[in-house]
Design a protein around this ligand. Structure first.
Ligand code: 5RP
Length: 219
């Protein structure tokens, strides 16, 4: 099976984690696009969605699915999203699609994070995928120097601004042995909007697509 077929497989499998009649959180990316398309085939399964990006909002609306603002809901039973990397504890790197800030906001509203990914995303230690960081433009040099001091090489993502209008750094060469500690540290740096380490908002479940089918990991 191709990587895209594996993404389609887990996108469809995620329907089993959607409570009927609920408002759910919906992430961003090619795996989530498959989930949204599968959701659209089950018209009326959900009452609506809180979306983590303009792109997902457009796709949901194109399928006639109601999209609600985050401020309209107090909490969500589940948030379904992909990842760039996931480790054996459910800690993730996210933001390859530049949606990390809104993804973390919607994940924060949710009782459970269900990650959907193909098996290439499962790694023993986070860091092979360059770590995305959304930064206030004025702080780019300062934040880059801080990453250099940690042994990371921060590269501005050319030609990309987030839905919030900010630039991104992709940080190469980090071995993230303690995701919770590093996320907490980077969160204190002036000018950082969001770091793409999802440790405080890790997954509780991961549906992992591989040649043998869908494996469910629980953390
Ligand atoms: C977007 C993300 C995505 O979840 C991540 O990049 C995975 O994307 P894909 O499903 O296309 O592989 O974090 O900001």
């Amino acid at each position: 099976m191709t990587q895209d077929q594996l993404k389609a497989l887990v996108g469809r499998a995620a329907l089993a984690h959607v409570p009927a009649g609920a408002v759910i959180g919906v992430g961003t990316g090619s795996t989530v696009n498959h989930f949204i398309d599968a959701l659209a085939e089950r018209k009326g399964l959900i009452a609506g969605a809180v979306s983590s990006s303009v792109k997902s909002t457009e796709r949901l609306r194109a399928h006639g699915i109601l999209v609600l603002d985050a401020e309209a809901v107090g909490s969500l039973p589940v948030y379904i999203d992909g990842a760039d990397e996931i480790d054996p504890h459910g800690f993730m790197i996210k933001g390859g699609g530049a949606a990390l800030t809104r993804e973390k906001i919607v994940a924060d509203l949710a009782e459970r994070f269900v990650c959907i990914a193909d098996e290439s995303k499962l790694v023993p230690v986070l860091g092979r995928f360059p770590l995305p960081v959304e930064v206030i433009a004025m702080a780019l040099p300062q934040v880059s120097r801080r990453f250099a001091a940690l042994g990371g090489r921060a590269v501005p993502r050319a030609g990309v601004l987030t839905d919030n209008g900010h630039p991104l750094l992709d940080v190469h060469g980090l071995q993230i042995a303690d995701p919770l500690a590093l996320e907490t540290d980077i969160n204190q740096w002036p000018g950082v909007v969001t770091v793409g380490i999802f440790a405080r908002h890790r997954a509780q479940t991961c549906l992992l697509g591989g040649a043998e089918g869908v494996r469910t990991l629980t953390f």
